[in-house]
Design a protein around this ligand. Structure first.
Ligand code: HEM
Length: 515
């Protein structure tokens, strides 16, 4: 198939490269004979060669990880994924691996392979600066910025979902995407720029275009990628996004630099916090602008998918909607109607539903993608050679009855009961607070694991809570045509997502209409 695609491209445009391409195919075929770097057991050998195993992974990744969990629960094994061969490590190995330095167990090279940075030109090194900024300045600002964030969410939800005086069918994914982009943008770039259509377009489309480009380049084997990259228009679209972001923010950055020199009042947003540190971290103005795209990519679709999945989970559970509203109203009353960090913390049923939704709806069946830069020997004697990529399975963990009793039940109260200690703790955590949405443990890897676990999860949790609060207070929701089944999700390889085309009906509740 790949050879056919290649010859089609080349016969039209670049006959001189045919010989180079054929040579690389031969190199690939020969080199694959020496590809057995690890002697760990291989899952799915029965499906045939690597291409056949990859095909199986494309449609049945969740089943393969489940099988791997059942057969090799406490043992590492090899598996053919869409990114080539991976070593899937058991949960207990994560304890050891997470403590190892980045020059042994590396997240950036791990991620680079996933998003093909060599061809997409996404910059892993400077993304470490973005991670630092989220972990430090953004998370520390949450107490301060929450009330104004709440006001932004209230206004944006109202504007984007509209009046809905009668039952109105919507594809809420699109509206939620805009809400998340604007609200996140308020924190990233300030109250004016976050509402500019150029920003909203870039921050919502960059991720889509990255994944389009990634899937195009991934369709080719690694020896052909250096050639075909020049014929993939989606890669050019990414450069165009970066060029536009630089042009959009250049005057803003200049203006702010001027204000910094003059000692004028400075904005209180991520761009400014980054500018304050840019010189000491060696980050150029151009990169500052591009980092906004990287931030959007980390923050906006992930948060949107979480809200969209939540809506799909609760729209078929009217009792849960009633209970959530009651909790929200009670907590608001206790806090004089102000959505402070403490008020959000006290919405423990909402937190529980969010975590249960994340348990059911991971955005990937695998987690902890890391590159092994130096050979590792685990305590049980398992050897992981340098140059291998590792990961761990999350789906089977989320549905392990020893960790989550009755895993096949969507239980909105599951984590609420565990936090309140009204149910026994099967994992025996040090504190029941580890059942919060934002707590990362090896049994709860929705936000990843270890020192590179998602630093944006505290911001995301607040944002999701605020969006859900305003949707629940303002709108009644129902499935079209009285349907009672949850909408299925989209699946490709290990990646899963809510279907952005599904419809939900909204109607403004009476009290909100009068407000
Ligand atoms: C529900 C929403 C979100 C989900 C499910 C999510 C999930 C993840 C996951 C799985 C990782 C990889 C962790 C690992 O490999 O161990 C990650 C990394 C990251 N996320 Fe999030 N994320 C969300 C929202 C956000 C937001 C809102 C931001 C920024 C404000 C953000 C910023 C980042 C950054 C900068 C990294 C890279 C961390 C590093 O390399 O050290 N994320 N996220």
């Amino acid at each position: 198939m790949e050879i056919e695609q290649l010859s089609h491209v080349l016969s039209d445009r670049l006959p001189a490269l045919v010989s180079v391409a054929l040579f690389t195919i031969v190199v690939y075929a020969v080199s694959s004979l020496w590809n057995e770097k690890s002697t760990l057991p291989l899952l799915g050998a029965g499906y045939g060669n690597a291409a056949q195993r990859r095909k199986e992974y494309m449609t049945n990744a969740a089943k393969l990880y489940q099988k791997g969990y059942e057969i090799f629960r406490h043992q590492a094994y090899r598996m053919t994924t869409l990114n080539g061969e991976r070593i899937v490590v058991p949960l207990e190995a994560l304890e050891e691996l997470r403590g190892m330095p980045d020059n042994v167990v590396n997240n950036i090279i791990g991620l680079s392979k996933e998003i093909e940075t060599k061809y997409t030109s996404l910059d892993g090194e400077n993304s470490a600066f973005a991670a630092h900024m989220v972990r430090s300045d953004l998370t520390r600002s949450l107490n301060r910025i929450n009330p104004e964030l709440a006001a932004e969410v209230e206004r944006t939800v109202r504007e984007e979902l509209g009046p809905c005086d009668d039952w109105t069918s919507q594809m809420p994914f699109n509206q939620i995407l805009r809400v998340v982009a604007i609200v996140s943008g308020r924190v990233f770039l300030g109250p004016d720029l976050c509402r500019r259509e150029e920003y909203i377009y870039a921050s919502t489309m960059y991720t889509v275009d990255v994944f389009r480009a990634v899937s195009k380049i991934k369709a080719w084997n690694q020896y052909l990628k250096p050639i075909v990259q020049f014929f993939i228009p989606e890669l050019k679209t990414l450069s165009e996004h970066r060029r536009k972001a630089r042009a959009f923010l250049a005057p803003v950055i200049q203006e702010r630099k001027e204000a910094m020199r003059n000692g004028s009042d400075l904005p209180d947003d991520m761009l400014q916090w980054m500018m304050n540190k840019a010189e000491s971290y060696g980050v150029s103005d151009a990169r500052l602008a591009e980092l906004q795209l990287d931030l959007s990519m980390a923050a906006i679709h992930t948060t949107t998918m979480a809200v969209a999945d939540l809506l799909c989970d609760i729209v078929i559970r009217p009792d849960t909607v009633d209970e959530l509203r009651a909790e929200i109203k009670q907590v608001l009353k206790n806090h004089d109607g102000v959505l402070t960090t403490q008020a959000l913390y006290e919405m423990k049923l909402l937190d529980s539903v969010m975590r249960e939704s994340q348990r059911w709806n991971p955005i990937s069946q695998s987690r902890f993608p890391r590159y092994i830069a130096k050979p590792v020997t685990l305590k049980d004697g398992t050897q992981i050679p340098a140059g291998m990529f590792i990961e761990t399975a999350i789906g089977p963990v989320n549905h392990d009855p020893k960790l989550y009793p009755e895993p096949g039940v969507f239980d909105p109260h599951r984590f609420h009961d565990l936090r309140n200690a009204t149910k026994p703790d099967p994992i025996n955590y040090k504190t029941r607070e580890q059942y919060q949405y934002v707590t990362v443990t090896k049994e709860n890897m929705g936000f990843g694991y270890g020192k590179h676990a998602c630093p944006g999860r505290f911001f995301a949790a607040n944002e999701i809570k605020l969006i859900m609060i305003h949707i629940l207070l303002r709108y009644d929701m129902r499935m079209p045509n009285g349907a009672t089944e949850r909408y299925p999700r989209l699946i490709q390889g290990s990646h899963e997502a809510p279907d952005p085309t599904v419809q939900i009906e909204f109607k403004q509740v009476q009290s909100a209409a009068q407000a």
